[in-house]
Design a protein around this ligand. Structure first.
Ligand SMILES: Cc1cc2nc3c(=O)[nH]c(=O)nc-3n(C[C@H](O)[C@H](O)[C@H](O)COP(=O)(O)OP(=O)(O)OC[C@H]3O[C@@H](n4cnc5c(N)ncnc54)[C@H](O)[C@@H]3O)c2cc1C
Length: 170
């Protein structure tokens, strides 16, 4: 069996780090903000942090437009994508999508009652959050959100991301 063993120097090679970390399977989300700065971004760095208080986190690259938006928003939302939403995931990761509210014309959505952020129709779950903390970490910022609302569709399959590829998980 081929074994990828990283020498200490390889920790500085982004391709090697990406390949190894890509072995960690994740779900796929679209993080959104509403209002004048309406924006959405595909993210798989979403993680549950705490139940009491109910906290989640998402890591956003400091070059991303979403970073600029989250630094100026008190609330945001997360839509956890269902297995048939690969195209939605690709769309909100595509730099060619329109800027501002217009970008949401390509998908079906409705505004969250607590955040005003777009919630993507057909998603497996929706979370609305208020920004609780942010921490700079390398080229990303870790945004911690405190939950304001939760919704889960029963019995649907999740979209997953593993080794750089989208997968459908039952
Ligand atoms: C499965 C998957 C998971 C992902 N997970 C994550 C994740 O967890 N975290 C993450 O950060 N990314 C993640 N990405 C990448 C991310 O979805 C894309 O890079 C996405 O395009 C970022 O969206 P954006 O509009 O916020 O930033 P960009 O698409 O990078 O921004 C669009 C353009 O606007 C420019 N720009 C940026 N800020 C401003 C500004 N303030 N004013 C004017 N122009 C600006 C940028 O230079 C860029 O040219 C993931 C992608 C995939 C496919």
């Amino acid at each position: 069996m081929e074994r990828l063993q990283l020498a200490h120097d390889a920790i500085h090679e982004q391709a090697s780090v990406r390949r190894v970390l890509g072995a960690f399977a994740t779900g796929v989300t679209v993080v959104t903000a509403g209002g004048d700065l309406a924006h959405g971004m595909t993210a798989n760095s979403f993680t549950a942090v705490s139940l009491a208080p109910p906290l989640i986190l998402v890591c956003v690259g400091r070059d991303a437009r979403m970073h600029h938006v989250l630094d100026r928003q008190a609330t945001f939302a997360v839509s956890i994508l269902a297995s048939d939403q690969t195209e939605v995931a690709r769309y909100f990761a595509d730099k060619r999508r329109p800027v501002g509210p217009e970008q949401f014309n390509a998908v079906s959505w409705f505004p969250g009652a607590y955040s005003g952020a777009p919630l993507i129709d057909g998603a497996l779950a929706h979370l609305e959050c208020e920004l609780d903390q942010s921490h700079e970490a390398g080229e990303h910022t870790i945004y911690v959100g405190r939950l304001l609302s939760l919704w889960r569709r029963p019995g649907e399959d999740a979209l997953m991301f593993l080794n750089g590829q989208f997968l459908r998980a039952a």
